[in-house]
Write a protein that binds this ligand. Structure first.
Ligand SMILES: Cc1cc2nc3c(=O)[nH]c(=O)nc-3n(C[C@H](O)[C@H](O)[C@H](O)COP(=O)(O)O)c2cc1C
Length: 454
């Protein structure tokens, strides 16, 4: 990992275009704003993040209301467990239009959105925001999502990554179908674009195909920044092949170092420069004027979560109904292996030869609680010291901060912790570069067909 003191820590915000933050219980927090059906809700957060010189906001997504648990949407609706999920693109635009430097990353699924559609959408966004857009590539997780798109079941785990590889080839190919200098728009000569600098793609894979060219000139960033969060072995391979900003959830600095090295080794096998990959880990921050007041704040936040939040969200993530069994039911290797959503946790249990009960599985996952992610809780100074340690010791290149309540958690962080991190020289005090890519210190990709303009 960079750990290079000349580098600055990357800061992103882990957001949802939803009625709650990543912490499903956040909507119950008395300070959480309730105007999430308006652009102002998102723009307020965007401006706060920009005040704190965050590199980007990142918006998570899922294409279905949680309904795997007890095969019903009732619990999710009553408990408000991520039931509202906007399409992210108008929200990206709203946030970008209210800021000047903040990058905005949005999640779009390679399983349910066609590659031409994704390529065009993100190329358009990249132009409209002056190169401040990232795409979080996901393959989606569960049957509920499949059924919203007319399919019975979600594709099998490894198969959807095989499909995603082809989708990526098409999308990056389409972004490269226009040379950077293809657009001439010379009114006097009546020439709009150079036909020698725009080409068809003619891609045919086993899952997807596209003829091209893209109907949008080459994006300002060459390619919008590609984000990814695969955790399983197949997922990490995919992340290492395509990802530029890789999201993870590391519990310790050592885990961050180990997984970071693994991803960078895999990337080197694809001929990539390991420095072209930035690894950011998700966390919560709960600053208080004293350690005691921070702990009190955390206890109150913890008390907002319900057991139903946990079961609903775990069932959704793993594509497995945890409500179909007694809490003491021991999961057999076959049942663990049948988990077809996010497989990281099940793979870990199988590797250790363990057969956890449902309640052990839930406890191990911490799903639906703030402890699903590391929590930095304490005085601003102590939080800044701890975060700096993660960075300088090579546990990560930066953090993606989730909010315990919205927008208060970001306001507190920017007001209390950012000045300390800036004093320590850990984070940037000014934006650098024009685009999100430049701000992150990532190379601009040259077109695979046209190279750099002469
Ligand atoms: C920080 C983070 C953010 C993620 N955001 C999304 C998301 O918005 N939508 C989604 O379908 N999956 C999301 N995922 C799931 C990943 O894309 C991936 O499926 C998951 O980490 C499991 O890895 P695997 O696919 O290799 O089993 C996220 C994962 C992490 C760690």
């Amino acid at each position: 990992m960079s750990g290079d003191k000349n580098n600055k820590m990357i800061l992103g915000a882990f957001m949802q275009a939803a009625n709650c933050s990543n912490y499903a219980a956040s909507w119950r927090h008395p300070e959480t704003m309730t105007d999430f059906l308006t652009p102002e809700y998102f723009q307020r957060i965007a401006r706060t993040l920009e005040d704190g010189k965050f590199h980007f906001a990142f918006i998570d997504d899922r294409l279905a209301m949680p309904g795997i648990y007890r095969d019903s949407i009732e619990d999710s609706l009553i408990h408000g467990v991520r039931v509202v999920k906007f399409d992210l693109i108008p929200i990206v635009m709203a946030m970008a239009m209210s800021t000047e430097n903040l990058g905005v990353g949005a999640t779009y699924s390679t399983t349910y959105h066609g590659p031409f559609h994704i390529a065009r959408l993100f190329a358009t966004l990249d132009h409209m925001t002056g190169g401040r857009v990232g795409w979080n590539v996901v393959t989606s997780l569960n049957d509920e999502e499949a059924q919203n798109f007319g399919l019975e079941n979600h594709l099998k785990h490894d198969q959807r990554y095989d499909q995603a590889d082809e989708v990526m080839e098409i999308i990056e190919g389409l972004w490269d179908t226009w040379a950077d200098d293809a657009l001439i728009a010379n009114k006097e000569e009546g020439i709009f674009a150079d036909p020698d600098k725009v080409r068809r793609l003619e891609y045919t894979g086993s899952y997807v195909k596209s003829r091209g060219p893209l109907t949008v000139p080459r994006p300002p960033q060459g390619h919008p920044v590609v984000m990814q969060a695969g955790q399983s072995s197949r997922g990490r391979d995919f992340a290492a092949k395509w990802g530029e900003v890789i999201f993870a959830v590391f519990k310790t600095i050592e885990e961050g170092k180990r997984i970071g090295e693994d991803i960078r080794e895999r990337a080197a096998k694809y001929g990539r420069n390991p420095q072209d990959i930035k690894i950011v880990t998700a966390a919560y921050a709960i600053p208080g004027t004293t350690t005691e007041s921070a702990t009190e704040k955390m206890k109150f936040i913890e008390s907002l979560a319900t057991t139903t939040d946990k079961l609903t969200l775990l069932s959704e993530l793993l594509n497995f109904d945890f409500g179909a069994y007694d809490m003491n039911h021991q999961l057999t290797p076959e049942q663990l292996n049948s988990i077809s959503g996010s497989r990281g946790m099940a793979e870990q249990f199988m590797k250790e030869g363990k057969e956890p009960t449902i309640s052990e599985f839930i406890d191990a996952s911490n799903r639906g609680t703030i402890h699903e992610l590391p929590v930095f809780c304490g005085t601003p100074n102590n939080i800044a010291i701890e975060m700096t340690e993660w960075f300088t010791e090579g546990g990560c290149d930066g953090f993606m901060l989730a909010a315990t309540h919205v927008p208060g958690a970001y306001e507190d962080f920017v007001r209390m912790v950012i000045p300390k991190l800036q004093e320590m020289g850990t984070v940037q005090s000014e934006y650098t570069g024009q685009t999100m890519r430049e701000g992150l210190g990532l190379e601009r990709p040259t077109s695979q067909y046209f190279g750099r303009p002469q």
